[in-house]
Ligand binder design. Sequence first.
Ligand code: IMP
Ligand code: MG
Length: 440
Amino acid sequence: MPAVVVIGGQWGDEGKGRVVDFHSRYCSVIARYSAGNNAGHTVINERGKFALHLVPAGIFAADKTCVIGNGVVIDPEKLLTEIGMLSERGVSTAKLLISQHAHMIMPWHRIIDKADEAMRGALAIGTTGTGTGPAFHDKVGRLGIRVADLMDAESFAYKLKHTLEYKNRVLAGMYGLDPLNYEDILEEYTEYAEKLRPFVADTMSFVQEADARGEMILLEGAQGSLLDLDSGTYPYVTSSVPASVAAGGAIGIGLGPTAIERVVGVYKAYQTRVGNGCMPTEILDGPDMEMLREGVGGAAGTAEYGTTTGRARRVGWFDGVLARYTARLNGVTSVALTRLDSLSAFDSIKICVAYEVDDKRVATLPATTRDAERARPIYEELPGWKKDVTGVRALGDLPTEARQYIRRIEQIVGAPVDMISVGPERHQAIVTRDIFGASI
Ligand code: IMP
Ligand code: MG
């Protein structure tokens, strides 16, 4: 049986967690394949509200195996805290596996993340400050320390000693910071090693064998495609290697690309972004901005603030140019449209269908930051529905204007909208086609 990838079609925070939560019932393995604890997934189910940063959102189904794949970078302290939080709240982590090939976030990564942002001045990215970027930097620079190294005390002591000598020179020489102490880190990470040991596995073989047995594997993307290192709004992107786009799912878990048969693109019914970088449809102030950010007209508790950092998200209208781009880039076969309810208070709703750059109409985002920031959105305006939709469970029960909005998004993206969320609770969704086969 094939693997299915769930990816974010925008700048992250599209609501991938709940979409993974929904589809995971059909899959026996749910895996994260990229990024680190810069990611934040909110899942709301009958046990309450959970903010997950590293553990796959499939963890709530006790019979599934959840895998943190080779493409993820792991902050051991953060992962243990998350495992502890889940156990305390009665969620079993007995079937969680951590790849021995995953790289670790080390104390210098968090320090460098913040110091480097400060040093960049005008070139600052607006990172989450979690050390994720510097950990990937070291992975590519071949200075990373992997989970397998941590599991071998001798190997870890050797690697730590020599990597730290290098890093202390960087901390002092480049950033004017105090050196870190070898014994302290050794002691701290040795404790993590013992606590993580029961979870560590050869996850590549595990997933390959599950695939060979014909089991369904769900690959959970982190971040959005527009934050991807290659395809996103560079340099205002995240540093994940492999990519956060669907193709990265194969590399980041250890499967061949032919294993991926379906790609679910998760899109919010409008646009949000945290951190710096262009956002052509951004609304900078006024009542529309307030309404989008605070989720006015939708279910309570849907305000736009970051799961990881608590930062207020930048908000704007749905960007059809970028949505079509990311749909093609990922090979999206099915769209999940989230937070439709947040648009319920608007008289009319805009969709960006092209940009204007220097009086020219263009259908793609310019490549340089300077040009991308000058791109002015060309909007189509659709009528709003001005009705509460949080209780709707069938497409036919949505107001005509809401269905019109969904149809327009399907045309622009070029893939069917199979799921629509109308509130944060698990049951607040309209499923029009079950991607695993059955029509509804
Ligand atoms: P980094 O991944 O911490 O290096 O941050 C790089 C950029 O990606 C910043 O603009 C962050 O705000 C953004 N970013 C990273 N992870 C997420 C996420 O899970 N949701 C939304 N934005 C993110
Ligand atoms: Mg998030």
